[in-house]
Design a protein around this ligand. Sequence first.
Ligand SMILES: Nc1nc2c(ncn2[C@@H]2O[C@H](COP(=O)(O)OP(=O)(O)OP(=O)(O)O)[C@@H](O)[C@H]2O)c(=O)[nH]1
Ligand SMILES: [Mg+2]
Length: 400
Amino acid sequence: MASQFAISEAEMNEMSLVLQSNVVTDVLTQVEGMLAQMTSVTLNIAVIGESGAGKSTFINAFRGVDDDAPEAAETGVTATTQMAKAYPHPSAHNVLLWDLPGIGTLSFQPSTYLEDVGLLKYDFFIIVTADRFQECHYALARCIMQAQKKFYFIRNKVDRDLEANARRRRQKGLSDDDVLRHLRADCEKNLRMGQVETPQVFLLSCFYPQNYDFPALQMTLLEELDGHKQHALLLSLPNLSTSLIQSKRQALAGAVWQRAMVVCLSSVGASNTLHATVSKLMDTVKSYQQAFCLDEESLHRLASITGIPFKELQREVTSTFGKQLSAQSVEGILSHAVSAQRFLVTQLERRVPVLGTVVAGGISFMASYFLLTSALKNLSEDGERVMQKALFVSICKQKD
Ligand SMILES: Nc1nc2c(ncn2[C@@H]2O[C@H](COP(=O)(O)OP(=O)(O)OP(=O)(O)O)[C@@H](O)[C@H]2O)c(=O)[nH]1
Ligand SMILES: [Mg+2]
């Protein structure tokens, strides 16, 4: 079973190429620096659109936060957002969603408005609308494109359109799919008329983020970002699709060797190396729990959005890594991993000599690598079960 977590040839090559020294402290500084870079970027997402379109509600749904939570953007039926305000993601503070004041439709001047809110600082724009296409949407899109920034067009509140259609269904006979197709075609046609060659339109209901185009929006934003910004956004997103969970697993797996190395190298010389290793591994597993939205806070947030009791969500988390992780259980997994992977160590040491020092110190790099890889596999499966439960409840709720 352990062999499926064996370190790959590609990873061994990466390690031997990247590590520029055999001195433990130098390597530690280098690898810690690589990991720190991943979290040092800030992603600024601007959410813009007419008053009442659902910008603040979108920001909450995007972060997986309930509208009534203390960290939520204020929402309401009367004009609420008067000044640009940044809402950091509750667990990934470097991902900022900017709630911009609603644009008026009569005397609206997009260029001065965008200048006032600091157009250039945003990585991309989300234009939210909930009604018919208006001149101000063209004007906004053009200004954003002139500044060489990207925008994504959200047609929000589609739950309302479908509800209205259901009331008329007997006379009109349109299916839900017909209504959605029509809405999409209309938005795309209008954007093309405003010289947007390849419009990106997403139909959403912020009340039911699991449904419609919310998962597709998440994946598109990720595909169009790169490097550390993509990584930051990926880890902050609520789990709305299997592909998103798999992308999180892959992204975290790419940095497992660096994490395992930091755990081992920083424990060298500690008075109790095993204790130091275990506590560092536990910290890393906790950060994985957060990325898969399985820590207590994330589960409470999901419980409050979906109305599913916290305990019920917690029951879907079945792995040792997802439950309360104890130092004892980590030690148990480590000792199992040491015997299972011993044969690989010699091979690795030859390619990455600094590991010789670590092994001599009695700490196994491979055991930490094995533990973290197993944690990723198990936590992604837990995340998938929790997501399926939330999805099932959301679909039932909307049918009622
Ligand atoms: N039915 C439905 N209502 C929504 C949806 N999204 C938002 N709303 C409601 O629309 C109203 C306005 O939402 P807000 O998020 O406050 O709108 P806003 O764009 O931030 O408005 P301002 O801050 O005034 O510019 C609120 O009552 C929301 O509950 C949705 O997807 N479906
Ligand atoms: Mg608002």
